[in-house]
Design a protein around this ligand. Sequence first.
Ligand SMILES: *Cc1c(COP(=O)(O)O)cnc(C)c1O
Length: 356
Amino acid sequence: MKKHNFNAGPSILPREVIEQTAQAVLDFNGSGLSLLEISHRAKDFKPVVDEAEALFKELLDIPEGYSVLFLGGGASLQFCMVPYNYLNKKAAYLNTGTWAKKAIKEAKAFGEVDVVASSAEANFNYIPKGWTVPQDVDYFHYTSNNTIFGTEIRKTPEVGNVRMICDMSSDIFSHPVEVEKYDLIYGGAQKNLAPAGVTFVVVKNDSLHKVDRVIPTMLDYQTHIDGGSMFNTPPVLPIYTALMNLRWLKAQGGVPEMARRAKERADLLYSAIEDSKIFVPTIADPEDRSYMNICFVMKEEYKELEPEFMTFATERGMVGIKGHRSVGGFRASCYNALPLESVKALVACMKEFENK
Ligand SMILES: *Cc1c(COP(=O)(O)O)cnc(C)c1O
């Protein structure tokens, strides 16, 4: 049976990208050696990092003066690296969910944190509006896509002259980004770019060195800019897969095409949920709804059918649609590599269940 992969992360990658990775594991560039057994400084591997960085810049339309880094530690390490490198006195954070909360917790160890708004009181089922960012902060941090709760900020927030830092783990390359407004953009690659093990960082070169504290070498972004992501051994396998995926992205038409597909998938699924008699979206305002992680539950009067639908959908090849425990219900993650056919299959499955 065909599987439809709605996993939230690690998650779906294009089949050909997985095949290319498998091939390189067996024989890297016809060298007779596996990608897993060559030096990261080998003359063949350096071009992999260089091309991945160049394609990243090209596809995200990154202006001059920025570096793209491939690091270890996950997005979670960035929660601490960001304030280590940028928080002198005070930073502003928007609290839109679990990941934002974790970033806020880390920042508090380094200075004053002004939480400009939060939707915690409503279990993060909307994006707060009408907040302002104090102009005396070192930076403003937000999460563009809330993977767990299914909300997303696709438009660049209005924050005056304050520099922005954003966690784009789960919606990178799914919509255009005005990179010039950011000092730093980061994310774990395992949602929308590569397998687990690599973290991408887009950093403005001249935004660093504004804090007084001593920064441990490995946690200092400058180390990795100077080292070209090779200060220590980088995660070679996920970087290789990221490169294959970036090539795939470009061949498909780049970010504009990914944005079009994301909207097409989301429109189809959200309208099916809204038209349904038994399902309801967890995010009421269409403006706030994530195109990447589409969350829905059963209406109160049908609530007890949720486990039955899980079994029904699983039997029809749907994978990973169980909602996060903090939301319940269902979550269909529709990342860049997810074909429209998978969304159509899920919609058909929902209709079949409803008719039954
Ligand atoms: C998954 C996720 C994280 C955590 O990423 P790790 O690489 O596991 O540390 C952080 N932020 C967002 C938005 C995520 O979706």
